[in-house]
Ligand binder design. Structure first.
Ligand SMILES: *[C@@H]1O[C@H](CO)[C@@H](O)[C@H](O)[C@H]1NC(C)=O
Ligand SMILES: *[C@@H]1O[C@H](CO)[C@@H](O)[C@H](O)[C@H]1NC(C)=O
Ligand SMILES: *[C@@H]1O[C@H](CO)[C@@H](O)[C@H](O)[C@H]1NC(C)=O
Ligand SMILES: *[C@@H]1O[C@H](CO)[C@@H](O)[C@H](O)[C@H]1NC(C)=O
Ligand SMILES: *[C@@H]1O[C@H](CO)[C@@H](O)[C@H](O)[C@H]1NC(C)=O
Ligand SMILES: *[C@@H]1O[C@H](CO)[C@@H](O)[C@H](O)[C@H]1NC(C)=O
Ligand SMILES: *[C@@H]1O[C@H](CO)[C@@H](O)[C@H](O)[C@H]1NC(C)=O
Ligand SMILES: *[C@@H]1O[C@H](CO)[C@@H](O)[C@H](O)[C@H]1NC(C)=O
Ligand SMILES: *[C@@H]1O[C@H](CO)[C@@H](O)[C@H](O)[C@H]1NC(C)=O
Length: 386
């Protein structure tokens, strides 16, 4: 078959539009809590005044369970009394996925209830897996859901080493707050959601909604949809169906590769769900005082915990996808390497058609600004061309 460059390029864009994602690990229903590790230690990352329970304690204290509706509940202890001496911390939950997620991953999180209230700092995010001797943010951090205290909106962010920024002219719904992902205030490059009801009581009363995250060689993109605006591709999805994001619309936050080499700054990530209290953001005195009275610990954490009745996630499902059909949904991966390389090099995809793996091909495409969302057919075609 003889192809001109022009027809090949047309085909390229057709393939890009047709890119589809295959189901990877799903966390839902009675098996929601399979495939996670419970932190089981104090919060020594954001220095919130919580002790993250281990799995046994989470079960014994009903801090992580599947409710009668079949949804996962992840919550702060709201039934114990914590003394005001500051030595004892309140119990909460931090889950870390056993699966690792590489460039070429997609996430859909459906939530009915978001934890909120003075001192409350929930997040669902990706944490880059550091190699020996590295320190944060060497492997990056991708914050899809995060807010504090009485925020009425979600705030998204990336954290990275210097050299990753959000470009000036990006197409997104949210409001850019900080452009430098290596911001010296430790905020990262942040985007405030501007759609209504993305967090707090508004989110909960509107029956929640869904969040999407595309972690791709072409960029990192985040979506929020209120319940009634969730796209059909998401509402119709099943545990085994592929996902086509062409109806997802304009993202709320967009970090295209034009401003950030995704593969360089964001190696394999783990997914984390946690709720901390106070700490470096929610409890930072001048920030805390913007929304809430008194002192973060003394006014909230100390006492009988009855003020934490709203401090819980209710999550029907977290679905994850990859560009290549890795087909492991029954058994979560415990190593990044085993998860293969969904899109970065095209190897997993190329294997399916017998085309030789070719990292060179996808790098060439990245430099020319064409999306890294590439199928095996594309890699094969490019080899014909080059
Ligand atoms: C994804 O949806 C778009 C728009 O409906 C369509 O053009 C494309 O072919 C679809 N891709 C796949 C793989 O089904
Ligand atoms: C935090 O605590 C955990 C569990 O004890 C430990 O593995 C980790 O190294 C600690 N991290 C820091 C930054 O201190
Ligand atoms: C709570 O955390 C802060 C750091 O964020 C720490 O300074 C303080 O000692 C902790 N305990 C109390 C009671 O505030
Ligand atoms: C946006 O910025 C990128 C690089 O930062 C540039 O390549 C592109 O042409 C710009 N697009 C528009 C519409 O200005
Ligand atoms: C920014 O990157 C430098 C290294 O270039 C690192 O030491 C520092 O921790 C980073 N700061 C933030 C806020 O990410
Ligand atoms: C992006 O980073 C990767 C990994 O460090 C590197 O191989 C690649 O050449 C970089 N791409 C660009 C366009 O600089
Ligand atoms: C818990 O403490 C709050 C505030 O001090 C108080 O209003 C409430 O009655 C207490 N609840 C119980 C069950 O003791
Ligand atoms: C604790 O929170 C749950 C909701 O997660 C609520 O149903 C319950 O009434 C609360 N308990 C107290 C003692 O406030
Ligand atoms: C993914 O691969 C598995 C195992 O080869 C296969 O059973 C499944 O049908 C494939 N899924 C899709 C959507 O092609």
């Amino acid at each position: 078959m003889i192809m001109t460059r022009a027809t090949a390029l047309l085909a390229l864009f057709a393939l890009k539009a047709a890119a589809q994602y295959y189901p990877y690990v799903e966390y839902s229903g009675t098996t929601f809590f399979d495939g996670w590790d419970f932190y089981g230690a104090i919060d020594n990352t954001t220095w919130g005044n919580v002790t993250y329970v281990d799995s046994a304690d989470a079960t014994a204290e009903s801090l992580a369970f599947v409710n009668a509706a079949g949804n996962a509940i992840i919550k702060v202890d709201n039934s114990s009394t914590v003394l005001s001496d500051g030595i004892q911390y309140r119990k909460s939950v931090r889950l870390t996925s056993q699966a690792h997620f590489e460039v070429g991953s997609l996430f859909v999180i459906d939530a009915l209830h978001m934890p909120y209230g003075c001192s409350v700092w929930p997040s669902i995010w990706l944490n880059g897996i550091l190699e020996e001797g590295q320190v944060w943010p060497a492997a990056g951090e991708i914050d899809l859901i995060e807010a504090i205290n009485l925020f009425d909106h979600n705030q998204m962010a990336l954290h990275s080493y210097a050299g990753c920024v959000q470009p000036a002219n990006v197409t997104q719904i949210g409001k850019a707050l900080i452009k430098n992902c290596n911001d010296t205030t430790s905020s990262g490059c942040t985007v405030a959601e501007t759609k209504q009801n993305s967090y707090g009581p508004g989110f909960n009363q509107a029956n929640g909604g869904a969040f999407g995250l595309q972690f791709d060689i072409a960029g990192i993109f985040m979506w929020f949809w209120p319940r009634l605006e969730i796209p059909a591709s998401v509402t119709h999805a099943t545990s085994t169906s592929t996902m086509n994001i062409s109806d997802w619309g304009i993202p709320s936050a967009a970090y295209p590769a034009a401003g950030c080499n995704i593969t360089e700054f964001f190696p394999a990530q783990e997914l984390i769900v946690d709720i901390t209290l106070c700490g470096l953001w929610a409890g930072f005195p001048s920030i805390y005082a913007q929304d809430c009275p008194g002192q973060c610990f003394a006014t909230n954490i100390a006492g009988n915990g009855s003020n934490y009745a709203e401090a819980y996630f209710e999550i029907p499902a977290i679905r994850t996808y990859t560009l290549a059909n890795l087909s492991i949904s029954a058994a979560p991966q415990t190593t990044g390497a085993a998860a293969g390389s969904p899109s970065g090099t095209g190897t997993a995809a190329a294997d399916q058609t017998g085309a030789p793996p070719s990292a060179g091909v996808s790098l060439r495409l990245t430099r020319s600004g064409i999306s890294g969302v590439l199928g095996a057919a594309l890699a094969g075609m490019l080899l014909l061309l080059l």
